[in-house]
Design a binder for this molecule. Structure first.
Ligand code: ISE
Length: 337
């Protein structure tokens, strides 16, 4: 590995992949982007030109490039598990955007492959653990000042300007996995069962989802209420709150200043996750690249990605059955501690 500068390949140049590429190229002296891949080669070429990188139209070829020392997977969700396993086979550290896979079986296969390798190479893109507002909540809970945590409350609102219908499975697997991970991270406990309710996007299509409500029960008795709104109509918001035996803590909903004018008090609401989590994404790749250069893994693991999908799988089943469903997970491999 280069002594001081990590050479990274980025797969996928949509909004997330482009943001990662820009951060890797500009936010720290110890990393640079040497390869960029997208099936849209024009889009990939634009990002590559900004980063001084080579362009690929084949992900496997980028992974095999000897100049590529670590990989970011920011391609469409259905490609994540296969590409993560290709990185494992090549022995290359990888930051894989969530979800780790689109179903629990594929996620389990990634975990099994990493366990067979005997060392952690995968970090999953649960970037909220690097968000200053979430870290403030974590610090209060970890300090013990609110006592034993009893409840996590997640509020997750997406703007959807085209009002593109979403399915229940997609809202759970693509969006709610963030809140499921936040609940596990903040309560430091595992989910025992989940109950799902939702408002369909189309009343005639119960598999569609306009608004999701998850109720989680944890192994030590704690609870979580998670709300995911697929089309807020006003902006993008994410908050996290924890209620403890002696108090409660919650993140600030909006980061913008409140402005009072003409008889109105207002605050700007951010349009999307790239805006709301700008600092978190920088800190995420700074921490990940420092880990890789130091030969360690400390961020959200493939195990975290798998467990989030095990909970998601139970949530989908709960919606189908209309009752709480237990969460089943495989035995935790030793490499995850
Ligand atoms: C998106 O893929 C993200 O990861 C965002 O953080 C989340 O808020 C959104 O719901 C997902 O679609």
């Amino acid at each position: 590995m280069s002594e001081h500068v990590l050479q990274v390949g980025v797969i996928g140049t949509g909004g997330m992949g482009t943001r990662h590429a820009h951060n890797l190229a500009r936010a720290m002296a110890w990393s640079r982007v040497v390869a960029v891949m997208d099936l849209d080669t024009a889009r990939a070429s634009a990002v590559a030109a900004e980063c001084g990188a080579r362009v690929y139209d084949d992900a496997e070829a980028l992974i095999q490039d000897p100049q590529v020392q670590a990989v970011v997977i920011a391609s469409p969700d259905p490609t994540h598990a296969t590409l993560a396993r290709a990185c494992l086979a090549a022995g290359k550290p990888v930051l894989c955007e969530k979800p780790l896979a689109t179903n629990v079986q594929d996620a389990q296969a990634v975990v099994a492959a990493e366990a067979a390798l005997g060392r952690r190479l995968i970090q999953v893109g649960f970037m909220r653990v690097y968000d200053p507002a979430h870290q403030d909540v974590k610090q209060v809970v970890a300090s013990g000042q609110i006592g034993r945590p009893l409840l996590f409350r997640g509020y997750h609102v997406n703007r959807n300007p085209d009002h593109t219908p979403r399915t229940l499975a997609e809202v759970i697997v693509n969006s709610a996995v963030h809140d499921i991970h936040s609940a596990r991270w903040l309560l430091e406990d595992e989910v025992a069962q989940v109950f799902t309710q939702h408002v369909p996007w189309d009343a005639a299509d119960p598999a569609s989802c306009r608004l999701l409500a998850l109720q989680l029960q944890f192994e030590r008795g704690g609870l979580a209420f998670i709300e995911v709104n697929a089309d807020s109509g006003y902006g993008y918001e994410v908050t996290a709150a924890v209620v403890g035996e002696q108090g409660a803590v919650e993140s600030q909903a909006l980061r913008s200043p409140a402005v009072r004018m003409d008889g109105v008090r207002g605050q700007a609401v951010e349009p999307d996750w790239l805006a709301r989590f700008d600092t978190a994404y920088v800190r995420e790749v700074q921490a990940w690249t420092q880990d890789v250069l130091a030969g360690r893994s400390s961020g959200p693991s493939a195990w975290d990605g798998y467990v989030a999908l095990a909970v998601a799988d139970a949530a989908i089943e709960s919606a189908r059955q209309g009752r709480p469903v237990p969460v089943e997970v495989m035995a935790k491999p030793k490499i995850y501690g």
